[in-house]
Design a protein around this ligand. Structure first.
Ligand SMILES: C[S@@+](CC[C@H](N)C(=O)[O-])C[C@H]1O[C@@H](n2cnc3c(N)ncnc32)[C@H](O)[C@@H]1O
Length: 223
């Protein structure tokens, strides 16, 4: 259930270094969060920090964890002197308590979906504790069971929803977790769903290829 070390290899060879905030995330934060200066935010699996400039622009109190030492060192260098940006190295399936609680927003873009079902369940248990009542979780770009790689490409099955691929788009990307609507609703059963969309990307060239992904927003009930 641990962090897939493939990501460290990818970053240390200068691949997947996304540098622009992901547009779905920007829209969902604007639509569903009560944005204010000092909003307490935790990103799970921040990668090369694509989403950090967006939260800096909102003057958020931004925290993040990633398993790759390469990206965490680079981000700590880039944001040194900015007390509103706190990035730590770690495996988010084992502990996020180091960041404390009372988060208004916790999110991931394409990060939990690179873990096993047990890993995802473990981090979500901690996320529930770390969110304040009424706090928001946003998931962006979780792989759908209707993604064509799931049927087409050779892989080893790790659990009911998780695979490691030896060919195709997901080769060398470690664990890849696929969800359908029921599975997402089961994983977030303690939350209220505010938004759930399956993005059906019918790629023609290169293709044909169904690059289908979930975006969702859930709220921890206020007590
Ligand atoms: C597809 S990348 C996304 C990076 C970033 N969120 C973005 O949108 O550009 C997935 C990231 O999740 C991180 N990750 C996956 N599983 C992790 C885990 N269990 N603990 C810490 N980081 C993890 C990887 O190191 C990688 O940086």
């Amino acid at each position: 259930m641990a962090f897939s070390t493939e990501w460290e290899k990818i970053y240390s060879s200068s691949h997947h270094l996304s540098r622009w905030p992901w547009s779905s995330l920007v829209s969902l934060v604007h639509r569903h969060c009560a944005i204010h200066e000092g909003m307490k935010v935790l990103e799970l699996g921040c990668g090369a920090g694509a989403n950090i400039p967006f939260f800096v622009s909102l003057k958020s109190d931004y925290h993040a964890v990633d398993g790759s030492g390469t990206v965490v060192a680079a981000l700590n260098d880039e944001y040194k002197g900015n007390a509103m940006v706190d990035v730590k190295q770690g495996d988010f399936t084992s502990h996020i308590s180091v960041f404390g609680g009372d988060f208004e927003l916790i999110f991931d873009r394409g990060a939990l979906t690179h873990n096993s079902t047990a890993g995802i369940e473990s981090v979500l248990k901690q996320v529930y504790e770390a969110l304040k009542p009424g706090g928001i979780y946003i998931g962006v770009d979780w792989f759908s069971t209707s993604h064509s790689s799931l049927k087409r490409d050779r892989s080893e099955k790790i659990d009911d929803n998780t695979y490691v691929f030896s060919e195709g788009y997901f080769k060398d990307l470690g664990q890849v977790h696929f969800a359908d609507e029921k599975h997402l609703k089961d994983l977030f059963a303690k939350y209220d769903f505010l938004y759930l969309a399956e993005k059906e990307n019918n790629i023609k060239i290169p293709g044909p290829w169904r690059y289908n992904l979930w975006d969702f927003v859930v709220r921890k009930p206020a007590v």
